[in-house]
Design a protein around this ligand. Structure first.
Ligand SMILES: [Zn+2]
Length: 318
């Protein structure tokens, strides 16, 4: 992505870049099919239920919506709603490191939601669950939109190792969302899985949700394999709020061992169509061997997600 091109040229460039990177149609997305049954990833399922994923480990996944708790036990092949056994989990599949479960769970879980725990006799009322920790109460009123760049038919750049940009963007975006939610912020993802979303729609999601902050996650690529480092973008005539958000994220990312190229200005459509402070983060270069390896590394992804989150919180609490 070039910072010197105009809005129109950058749009054309993006279209060409996407077309140039187009891989043969793949079905590695959020809805693979096992034995004819539609599969969905757990973040997508939680979103469809109006819930957020509050815990994920190898064997246990929990969704919450403040009233209800859904617990999925993978080893035991069981699903619980509000501590009541619901049904067997059934077939599962891991796609892009995300657990996929059968889509029919959505209706089964929905039919059991909304039952307040106080209906039960006191003797068998399950221990009330501690509300999610909200250590920063001044954060809880804020809405952050996290945009995982590309997706679906648009893979973005292809790394020197062959994996596609859209997967790294989503991996890091999901981790950012989880950390922010744990801190009590409202987070809206433009996509939770491998789906294609128009650029304007990504910005519209922020505008419809009256977002306080919009952060788009991308990974860079260049014909010159020596190019490296993360870069932050705000729009050309971006507000001082956008600039201070970008600077706050820049300061935190500079403490990771990915090099920094600082804050630049470019009229990417996700930046020009959003009405709140908006930043596009290029995590590093997929065309650089060292960074392409780093960006696929789970620990490095977590480190970057934490740095971006810390920057967002620095900006809100400044
Ligand atoms: Zn990109």
């Amino acid at each position: 992505m070039r910072k010197t091109v105009s809005l129109i040229l950058s749009s054309i460039f993006v279209i060409f870049a996407a077309a140039g990177c187009q891989q043969p149609a793949q079905r590695t997305g959020g809805k693979p099919s096992l034995a004819g049954e539609e599969m969905v990833n757990v973040y997508y399922l939680a979103g469809k239920l109006g819930m957020t994923v509050s815990l994920t480990s190898k064997d246990k996944i929990t969704f919450n919506d403040g009233i209800n708790t859904v617990t999925i036990l993978t080893k035991q092949d069981q699903v619980f709603v509000n501590n009541d056994y619901l049904s067997p989990l059934g077939k599962t599949k891991v796609v892009d490191d995300l657990l996929n479960v059968r889509g029919s769970l959505e209706d089964e879980i929905k039919s059991k939601l909304g039952k307040p725990a106080i209906e039960k006799p006191a003797s068998i009322v399950p221990k009330p669950q501690k509300p999610a920790k909200k250590p920063f109460t001044n954060l809880s009123g804020k809405t952050v939109v996290i945009d995982a760049g590309h997706g679906g038919k648009d893979p973005g750049a292809t790394s020197t190792y062959g994996y596609e940009e859209k997967t790294v963007n989503l991996d890091v975006a999901l981790q950012i969302a989880q950390i922010l939610r744990d801190k009590g912020l409202k987070v809206v993802m433009t996509r939770n899985n491998d789906e294609f979303i128009e650029l304007e729609e990504r910005a519209d999601i922020a505008n419809r949700n009256w977002a306080d902050i919009f952060v788009s996650i991308h990974s860079d690529s260049s014909a010159k394999s020596s190019n490296k480092g993360f870069t932050l973008y705000i729009r050309r005539n971006g507000s001082s709020a956008s600039a201070s958000l970008a600077n706050a994220i820049d300061r935190r990312m500079a403490k990771t061992d990915i090099n920094g190229n600082g804050v630049s200005r470019a009229d990417y459509r996700v930046l020009t169509h959003t009405s709140c402070p908006a930043v596009l983060v290029e995590l590093g270069y997929l065309s650089n061997y060292w960074e392409a390896k780093q960006l696929k590394n789970k620990d490095k992804q977590r480190q970057l997600a934490q740095a971006i989150t810390d920057g967002i919180i620095d900006y809100i609490t400044k």
